[in-house]
Design a protein around this ligand. Structure first.
Ligand code: NDP
Length: 475
């Protein structure tokens, strides 16, 4: 038994540790304060080349039947000049500008002016006003969660038009794909530049801003944590989910409609891509409240990475499989199709269950059952900028006991399934799995670096208990 004097000493040490934790944690939570040369080089590379990569992929489909090598060979052999390719690229049109403006305005109206009614009649769905996680400055933001409703309204109108009204052709997105790319870029750059300007001159919450002093890093990774206009227009929630993710399923539907128009049928590969990606998108909106607790909302600042990425990268590169299948209407044999379906569904199951386990564990403060048992966990603590100490728990059972990011593993299995639906003729549709592997591995490392700064020695105890990141026994 400890004597009163020992107890006093232990208390003193605890207090000192708390102060050390505070110093260590302050300023290390969220994205970096200082820029190392590698991050800067990567950022400059992405700022210069990401828009070109998107252009190259889309142009390859439009001009080279989705071959990634033929444009290069043409250029290297002198068969064509850059100007030839550029001159064959459709320019911005009034029609595309009109469609895009209408689209974004419509999504803003759905987001800002129509409070959620889905949670009133859909059992189990969490919508309406919800709270986000605590920010580094100790603030808890409120969000109007109405993404599922926006997705449903948009798709009901889409199908009503296709079946009944015929105001526009369902191939409208495919038919204007490159002119719309210029519009998406215009919005992406405008919103990122505005966010930077706002961060300097009228931030929503000055305490949650980060400045590195490096213009490019701040532009790319963002200054403000949760920029808002008014009480409800949250940049991160809006741009992450809409217009990009609502558009994802519409874009795929438009590609399917184009197949029907060109070949008189929609192939099983196109149906698989539509169904598997549709499940992923619906899952995103069904769980939009949960999404408030993911890294994008909890830790990333809003800059070009999210602003431009959500407007351009996501809708153009996440939909490459559907685009590819318009040019290559692949009919899969039954065994191949079933294999793709099973891999996609298994990946989705792992992705969903892993995320669900963490959500349940955190929501109930570990008073729940995971695989029929009480969850195992490690107690940990961290300190916010104002010095307040918070306590948290890291689960070490269920899928979270298998690997530290098994949700990413499930996501990667699903991503591979979309690619495999496109057969093996070209590499272009496989870009998605390559990109997702890089994204999620980098994200995993980035998150772990942040968690290590946030939780200090508690994080070390956790990584000792769950030693693998993505694949048990391998990585
Ligand atoms: P996670 O949902 O895995 O969240 C990571 C956070 O969870 C950590 O920062 C930590 O936050 C907390 N945490 C970590 N380990 C544990 C544990 N053992 N027990 C309890 N909490 C823990 O990551 P993301 O937000 O990146 O991903 C969410 C989902 O979105 C993933 O399934 C991912 O695959 C998907 N995704 C998809 C993308 C796409 O483009 N398709 C892009 C990015 C993500 P804390 O500080 O609260 O402790």
């Amino acid at each position: 038994m400890a004597t009163p004097q020992e107890k006093k000493l232990a208390e003193g040490r605890k207090h000192q540790n708390m102060q050390n934790d505070t110093k260590a944690s302050q300023g290390q939570w969220g994205r970096a304060w200082e820029v190392d040369w590698f991050s800067l080089a990567s950022i400059l590379f992405l700022l210069m080349f990401a828009p070109l990569i998107v252009y190259y992929f889309i142009m390859s489909c439009a001009q080279y039947h989705c071959s990634l090598t033929d444009p290069l060979l043409d250029l290297l052999s002198g068969n064509k000049h850059l100007s030839d390719i550029w001159n064959s690229t459709p320019t911005l049109t009034h029609r595309a500008a009109g469609i895009y403006s209408l689209w974004v305005s419509f999504q803003i109206v759905l987001y800002v002016f129509i409070p959620d009614f889905c949670h009133k009649f859909l059992p189990g769905y969490v919508g309406g006003i919800q709270e986000g996680a605590i920010t580094p400055a100790g603030i808890v933001n409120k969000y109007e969660i109405n993404g599922l409703q926006a997705w449903i309204i948009t798709h009901v109108l889409w199908f009503a038009n296709a079946a009944y009204f015929h105001f526009f052709s369902p191939t409208i997105i495919f038919d204007n794909w490159i002119p719309l790319l210029w519009c998406a870029n215009a919005l992406g750059y405008t919103v990122s530049t505005f966010a930077m300007f706002k961060g300097y001159f009228f931030p929503t919450n000055a305490k949650d801003c980060k400045f590195t002093g490096n213009f490019f890093y701040d532009y790319m990774m963002g200054i403000e944590f949760n920029p808002r206009i008014g009480k409800w227009f949250d940049f991160k929630l809006f741009f992450n989910g809409r217009p990009g993710i609502v558009a994802w399923t519409l874009i795929n539907l438009s590609f399917a409609a184009k197949q029907q128009e060109l070949y008189g049928e929609v192939t099983n590969s196109m149906i698989l891509v539509n169904v598997l990606q549709g499940i992923y998108v619906l899952d995103f909106f069904w769980n939009e409240a949960w999404y408030l607790k993911t890294i994008d909302i909890c830790h990333d600042h809003f800059g070009w990475y999210l602003g431009w990425g959500d407007c351009v990268w996501l809708p153009y590169l996440y939909t490459l499989q559907g685009l590819y299948l318009v040019y290559h209407p692949i009919r899969l044999c039954t065994a191949h199709a079933i294999g793709v379906l099973l891999l996609g569904l298994l990946g989705y199951y792992i992705f969903r269950m892993t995320n669900h386990q963490k959500d349940l564990f955190r929501r109930t403060n570990s008073n729940c059952r995971i695989w029929g048992k009480k969850p195992e966990y490690i107690e940990c603590s961290y300190t916010s900028v104002d010095g307040t100490k918070y306590y948290s728990k890291l689960m070490t059972s269920g899928f979270w006991g298998w690997a530290r990011h098994f949700n990413y593993t499930g996501d990667l299995m699903g991503s591979l399934a979309y690619c495999l639906a496109c057969g093996f003729e070209h590499i272009l549709p496989y870009f998605y799995i390559v990109y997702m592997t890089i994204l999620l591995t980098h994200r995993c490392i980035r998150d772990e670096h942040r968690c290590s700064s946030k939780y200090g020695k508690d994080w070390k105890r956790y990584t000792a208990a769950v030693p693998y990141r993505l694949l048990p026994g391998i990585f």
